[in-house]
Design a protein around this ligand. Structure first.
Ligand code: CTP
Length: 407
């Protein structure tokens, strides 16, 4: 099956914090959130106290990618502002009142949104909305100019109808304009544009008979997170997966079941790929023969003889062309570092992403992972327990750093 060639979702895998402040245009933030989600983004809303007077928290509870947050103190996380700020790929404040622009300029942080804006290194986009007099006030003019000089993207405001029947500059820009500004701001991070990234994911299944198989605990979450992250960074992505998890239509997806099918599909795509990431849990053994009919109890307990499958990563290591980056995973329960280094050498990989699957919150089925990325030059990068999308970006950073220099 040929991979689909749709353009990748421009915001696939991107985590956007949507700050909503108490302007009359706060209701439009829902439309903005939906559009961001339609483009593949994960949107975490933060509503200020005044925003909750303009729009219901319940609306965001129903529609956001995760529960909306309204306070520094009511979250289960002890430090929601640092958590949100550090994990965001971008923070959008829409609508942004004169108050939040002033707080951002002076570094005041007395509510969750202002504290999150201070606790982030992610790009910030603001879409101001206020009365014309407030927008034209020298204090606001100066605040906006300082924010621009610090790299904040300011969208609008537009000229038009305002609250209370007034007209003039101060109206929130159209949701589409704001979303385009977000996409453009993040597109400057499209560091994988022009590269083909091949990713395998999921656990293969080796048939015993027409209804039974030998499988493993892999869900494919880490591999699919890698595919989304690579697409969001502008790569042409081919995902060869044994997982039923969904993937965005912009990702070229090839479904496989067995190790042999995965080997055929991966080897066909690898030759033209710049980065190959074997995140799949490929079966090491398969039954020598597959029963044509269902094995019946009446026929006695079957004896199953296994044989080795092909080691796809090792085969790719043999045929690796100069400049291509080959990344493997090592799911271990003991001697993690030593096993990872041995695999790096044995399989001629450039990077091995090692995780201790016996640690809490790590590996198969979890939303989170913690890994050490071992490079062929002996360097190591540790990524502490974090969401699989964050791990994905760290793996892509490491692969990109080696591109062109691998042998
Ligand atoms: N892998 C592969 N083909 C296989 C088995 C594994 O390409 N038949 C790849 C995996 O996708 C992963 C890496 O090899 O990137 C390491 O897989 P792992 O199962 O941890 O290691 P093994 O090679 O099976 O070694 P061991 O049995 O010693 O754990």
């Amino acid at each position: 099956m040929a991979p689909s060639t749709d353009a990748p979702a421009p915001l696939a895998g991107r985590r956007i914090v949507l700050g909503v402040t108490g302007g009359i245009a706060a209701y439009k933030s829902v439309e903005i959130m939906r559009r961001l989600q339609d483009l593949g983004a994960h949107v975490s809303p933060i509503l200020t106290e005044s925003a909750t007077k303009m729009i219901g928290v319940k609306t965001f509870e129903a529609l956001a990618s995760e529960p909306p947050k309204t306070s520094l103190y009511s979250d289960s996380h002890p430090s929601p502002h640092t958590y949100l700020g550090q994990n965001a790929d971008l923070i959008l404040v829409a609508p942004a009142t004169a108050r939040i622009l002033s707080d951002l300029r002076t570094g005041r942080s007395d509510d969750l949104l202002s504290a999150t804006l201070l606790a982030t290194e992610a790009p910030v986009v603001v879409a101001p909305a206020m009365h014309t007099e407030m927008w034209n006030h020298p204090a606001t003019t100066e605040n906006v100019s300082v924010l621009r000089s610090r790299g904040v993207t300011v969208v609008g405001p537009a000229v038009g109808r305002l609250a209370g029947g007034d007209e003039g500059p101060g109206r929130l820009s159209e949701p589409e304009t704001i979303v385009v500004a977000v996409v453009q701001r993040l597109a400057s991070d499209a560091d994988l544009a022009g590269l083909k990234v091949l990713i395998s994911a999921g656990g293969t299944r080796e048939a015993l008979d027409p209804v039974r198989y030998l499988g493993n605990r892999s869900t494919g979450k880490q591999g699919h997170a890698l595919a989304e992250a690579a697409a969001a960074r502008g790569a042409e992505v081919v995902l060869i997966t044994a997982s039923p998890l969904a993937s965005h239509s912009g990702i070229g997806r090839i479904n496989v079941v067995s190790a042999a099918e995965m080997a055929t599909a991966v080897k066909a795509e690898a030759a033209t790929s710049d980065i190959v990431i074997m995140a799949a849990a490929v079966a090491d053994f398969r039954p020598v023969s597959v029963a044509e009919k269902k094995l019946k109890k009446a026929d006695g307990t079957p004896q199953i003889t296994l044989e080795r499958t092909e080691d796809i990563l090792a085969a790719l290591g043999q045929s690796k062309r100069s400049g291509q980056v080959l990344v493997g995973f090592a799911a271990e329960t003991n001697d993690v570092s030593a096993n990872a280094k041995a695999k790096l050498e044995k399989k001629n990989a450039d990077l091995i992403v090692a995780n201790d699957v016996s640690a809490p919150g790590v590996g198969f089925g979890h939303e989170t992972n913690a890994v050490t990325i071992h490079a062929a030059d002996g360097s190591q990068t540790q990524v502490a327990l974090s969401e699989k999308s964050q791990i994905a970006h760290a793996v892509l950073d490491a692969a990109l750093a080696r591109l062109g220099s691998s042998t």
